[in-house]
Design a protein around this ligand. Structure first.
Ligand code: ATP
Length: 358
C-alpha cells in the first residue's frame, strides 16, 4: 500500500505545447492517501484515463512528478511500480482454469504454495467464484470473466494500489449493482488504496469515500459524496452530480442580495463580488419549492415529470430552464408559479468557482 502524490503534474500529447488548451491534464497537485477508496469521476475526454495511465506508468507526464510514499517513480515502468489494474474488458487467459488465472499475478511475484492457494480461495470466495475454480475460463460468461479480471486485480496482498478503469461497463445491470457493493466491501476487507475511474455518478458515489470530479483536465473538487452534493465547489460539479443537477442562473450580487430572473432574493451570507467575472447562483432542485404566483421568484411551469416517488417541476425562470422538486403536482402546465429557494442552500459562483461568503 502506498500514498500516491502528483506534484505540479501536467500532460500534453502535443510535444512542446504551451497553450492551456493543448493540455489533457493541467497543473495538478493531488494526494491519494494510503488505504483510501477513491473515484475519479468526469465526462468523456476530461482526462481520467490519461491520469490513470500516468499513475500506473503506462504514460510519462510531460511535466511534474509522481511520488509513491514520497519516492519519485516518474521514470519507472509499470512493472516496477507494484500496481494492479482492472480494465473495462476482461483480461483472462482462456486456456487456464479460474484458479490458475487468479494465481497468475501471485506466481509472477514469486508467491506460491499454501499461502498462494489460501489467497486465491479467499478472493474466489469474496467474488462468489469458489464453485468455478477448476473450470476453464473459456466456457464462462462475459460477466464471470470480468469477475475473474477483478479477482486478478485484487489478489496480490502487497500492491501499492489497485486502479480500476470503468470495470463494470460490460457487466449486466443486475450484477453491476451486486459487484458495486461487493467492491466496497472488498475495499474494507483488503484495506488497499483503490482508484476507480468512471463517468457514472452512481458508481462513483457508491464506491468511494472520496470522489474526485474531473473537468477539462483538472480536478475541480475532491470530497465526500455529501460534500459534493451540498457544497459544489464548481458549477460543473453541481450539474454533473445529482439527477437532475444543480440549477445555475446568472445573477447580480450586492452584499447579501441577489438579483435573479427579474426578482430579488436574500442570501444567507454577504459576498464581495469581483468585477468583470461571470456571476451565477446555484441551487439544487431539492432545495427549491413551488409557491403561489407572487411569492418568491416568478416562473412558468413547462411540465411536471412524475418520477414515481417524487415529482419534478420543469420551469422557466427569467428565460432559463429551472427544476424544482415538488411533493405533488401543485401547478398546471403553462401557468405562472412562484419559486422559493432554501436560503442556506443557494451558492454564489464567479466564473464557475464557488465564492465563500461572510
Ligand atoms: P473517456 O472516458 O472517453 O476515456 P477520459 O476522461 O478518460 O475520456 P482521456 O482519454 O484521458 O479522457 O483524454 C483526455 C484528452 O486527451 C482528450 O482530449 C483526448 O482526445 C486526448 N487524448 C487521449 N489520448 C490521446 C492520445 N494518445 N493522443 C492524443 N490525444 C489524446
Amino acid at each position: 500500500m502506498a500514498r500516491i502524490e502528483l506534484s505540479n503534474l501536467a500532460h500534453s500529447y502535443t510535444p512542446g505545447a504551451s497553450e492551456p488548451g493543448d493540455f489533457a491534464l493541467k497543473a495538478m497537485n493531488l494526494t491519494w492517501r494510503q488505504g483510501g477508496a477513491y473515484a475519479l469521476l468526469g465526462p468523456s475526454g476530461c482526462g481520467k484515463t490519461t491520469l490513470l495511465n500516468i499513475i500506473s506508468g503506462l504514460l510519462t507526464p510531460s511535466h511534474g512528478q509522481v511520488l509513491f510514499d514520497g519516492r519519485d517513480v516518474t521514470g519507472l515502468p509499470t512493472e516496477q511500480r507494484n500496481i494492479a489494474q482492472v480494465f473495462q474488458f476482461p483480461v483472462v487467459y482462456d486456456t487456464m482454469t479460474v484458479r490458475e488465472n487468479l494465481a497468475f499475478p501471485l506466481r509472477n511475484r514469486g508467491m506460491a504454495g499454501k499461502a498462494a492457494d489460501r489467497r486465491v480461495r479467499e478472493i474466489a470466495e469474496l467474488l462468489d467464484l469458489s464453485g468455478e475454480l477448476d473450470r476453464k475460463a473459456r466456457g464462462l460468461t462475459a460477466d464471470a470473466k470480468q469477475k475473474i479480471s477483478l479477482g486478478r486485480g485484487l489478489v496480490r496482498p502487497d500492491v501499492a494500489a489497485i486502479l480500476f478503469d470503468e470495470p463494470l461497463t460490460v457487466i449486466d445491470p443486475q450484477l453491476k449493482w451486486e459487484l458495486r457493493s461487493k467492491l466496497k466491501a472488498l475495499h474494507r476487507a483488503l484495506d488497499v488504496t483503490m482508484i476507480y475511474v468512471t463517468h457514472d455518478q452512481t458508481e462513483a458515489l457508491t464506491f468511494a469515500d472520496t470522489v474526485m470530479v474531473m473537468y477539462d483536465g483538472s480536478v475541480v473538487q475532491a470530497g465526500r459524496p455529501d460534500e459534493l452534493f451540498e457544497r459544489p465547489d464548481h458549477t460543473f460539479v453541481g450539474y454533473f452530480i445529482g439527477s437532475p443537477g444543480m440549477n445555475v442562473l446568472p445573477a447580480e450580487i450586492e452584499g447579501s442580495r441577489a438579483r435573479v430572473g427579474g426578482g430579488t432574493i436574500e442570501l444567507s451570507r454577504s459576498y464581495d463580488v469581483p468585477s468583470g467575472r461571470r456571476i451565477e447562483i446555484g441551487v439544487r432542485p431539492e432545495f427549491a419549492s413551488l409557491a403561489p404566483p407572487g411569492e418568491g421568484l416568478a416562473a412558468t411551469v413547462e411540465r411536471i415529470d412524475d418520477l414515481g416517488r417524487a415529482r419534478l417541476a420543469r420551469l422557466r425562470l427569467g428565460g432559463h430552464p429551472f427544476a424544482a422538486s415538488v411533493p405533488e403536482a401543485l401547478a398546471d402546465i403553462g401557468t405562472a408559479a412562484g419559486v422559493v429557494l432554501e436560503r442556506a442552500q443557494v451558492h454564489v459562483y464567479a466564473d464557475g468557482k464557488r465564492l465563500e461568503g461572510r
